[in-house]
Design a protein around this ligand. Structure first.
Ligand code: NAD
Ligand code: DAU
Length: 378
């Protein structure tokens, strides 16, 4: 970390990407790039966007991280894609990454992300989401002269639950209700504070629920999808009337890249799908589509597998995002509707059975057993 000139000697980049004021991103650190959204982002940015630089993906490979998600990228972009297995909480390891690769921009996804796990055991959430983010910010501060942008990927859950029919705007006060959302809220505050206090160019995005390819099957949509395919029970918490605003993951990735290129530094942008649905409807739609795609003559409709189970403690009733700032200022709107996005998602899981089998590791099995122990069929 002491030798600042080392990274200045690294000039091995193939291209650059213009962002605000004609500045270019050449060496982008992506944290948590082997997870669900991170891997979709890296695939999008290298294969489909106008980004021309290098991606340096740092991931600890927790149960949620899977380098297989990026196997094709690894093969197709040998000079533009680098993977380093490291913990963002390890300051020394991260300092070496900043030095070696001449990091000039950061897109920070790495986090513990599952609310139920945060309720069962919050420790890793505090460590990674708060301390890990702090570490990265300290390194960005140390490399302030080189850092063009630190983009922090956050969640709408920091705003709490909105039960009165209104919408979360960027001005909505923070009111997190789970250890997960509290840890994300803390990290958002740190990022903003580093922007204000140290002048680090930061942007923050707060997004609603994502779904799509490569999502770990602990989250509602892939869990229901896989259980429905296997004829297992479909656990719906409480009365199933909690509302989430669903966004296809690629639309989230496009929004992040739009903000990184053109977003005003120091600003927060909400991202959403304008697609509020209650959980029970989401589950029924998935069942209906699978019944049509994979008919099982003589068998009961899959919606008969729905089981209402004990509610999540502190379960937020409704999330609803107003993303008009992003739409008006930067021109982003989602491309996919729930109808088109969920069909693509189901198709992807049907076509990627090997991925599913490999993801269902011992850790996955033990989580499902422990968390859903009341369901004999799971
Ligand atoms: P995920 O759990 O699928 O992936 C997280 C990744 O981070 C994994 O690859 C994991 O190995 C890695 N990681 C965890 N701890 C780490 C550490 N200490 N050091 C390095 N890597 C580490 O999560 P996701 O759903 O892809 O979410 C990514 C980000 O987006 C998170 O910050 C989350 O809060 C945010 N977000 C998610 C959603 C959603 O619906 N999934 C919505 C809005 C925002
Ligand atoms: O809103 C953004 C957030 O969305 C992200 O920040 C989180 O990282 C991500 O995990 C997600 O959080 P949720 O808690 O909303 O997602 P999850 O898929 O766990 O649950 C969605 C809804 O479905 C929620 O109301 C709880 C309910 N649920 C979930 C599971 C896993 C069930 O009814 N049954 C289940 O088995």
């Amino acid at each position: 970390m002491q030798n600042r000139s080392a990274h200045q000697n690294v000039k091995l980049f193939l291209g650059e990407s213009r962002c605000q004021k004609g500045i270019f991103m050449k060496n982008m650190l992506v944290t948590g790039g082997c997870g669900f959204i991170g891997s979709n982002f890296i695939r999008y940015i290298l294969s489909e966007s106008d980004f021309k630089g290098r991606i340096i993906n740092v991931d600890k490979l927790t149960y949620a991280g899977n380098p297989e998600n990026l196997a094709v990228i690894d093969k197709n972009f040998p000079d533009r894609y680098y993977f380093i297995k490291a913990d963002i909480c390890d300051r020394q390891a991260m300092a070496m990454v900043f030095e070696k690769y001449g990091i000039d921009s950061v897109c920070h996804f790495a986090a513990e992300s599952h609310v139920d796990r945060s309720i069962a055991k919050p420790d890793a959430f505090i460590k990674t989401n708060i301390n890990g983010t702090f570490n990265l910010l300290e390194l960005a501060r140390f490399h302030k002269d080189e850092i063009i942008l630190f983009h922090h990927v956050s969640t709408d859950e920091v705003y709490g639950s909105i039960d009165d029919g209104g919408y979360f705007t960027e001005e909505t006060p923070y009111h997190p209700n789970s250890p997960y959302s509290a840890s994300k809220a803390a990290s958002d505050h740190l990022v903003r504070a580093y922007g204000t206090t140290y002048g680090i160019p930061v942007t923050i995005s707060n997004c609603s629920n994502n779904y799509g390819p490569y999502q770990f099957p602990e989250k509602l949509i892939p869990l229901i999808l896989l259980n429905a395919l296997e004829g297992k029970s479909l656990p719906v918490y409480g009365d199933g009337l909690n509302i989430r605003d669903w966004l296809y993951v690629k639309d989230h990735c496009k929004a992040i890249w739009t903000i990184m290129k053109n977003g005003k530094r120091g600003e927060t942008y909400n991202i959403g799908g304008r697609c509020e649905m209650c959980n029970i409807d989401v589950v029924k739609i998935i069942c209906n589509i699978i019944d049509k795609m994979m008919p099982e003559p003589g068998k009961q409709p899959r919606r008969n597998l729905i089981v209402f189970v004990k509610d999540r403690p502190g379960h937020d009733q409704r999330y609803a995002i107003d993303f008009s700032k992003l739409q008006k200022e930067l021109g982003w709107v989602p491309d996919e509707s729930f109808e088109t996005g969920i069909r693509k998602t189901i198709r992807w899981y049907l076509d990627n059975k090997e991925w599913i089998e490999r993801v269902k590791s011992g850790e996955y099995v033990s989580w499902i057993k422990k968390h859903y122990n009341f369901l004999k069929t799971v």
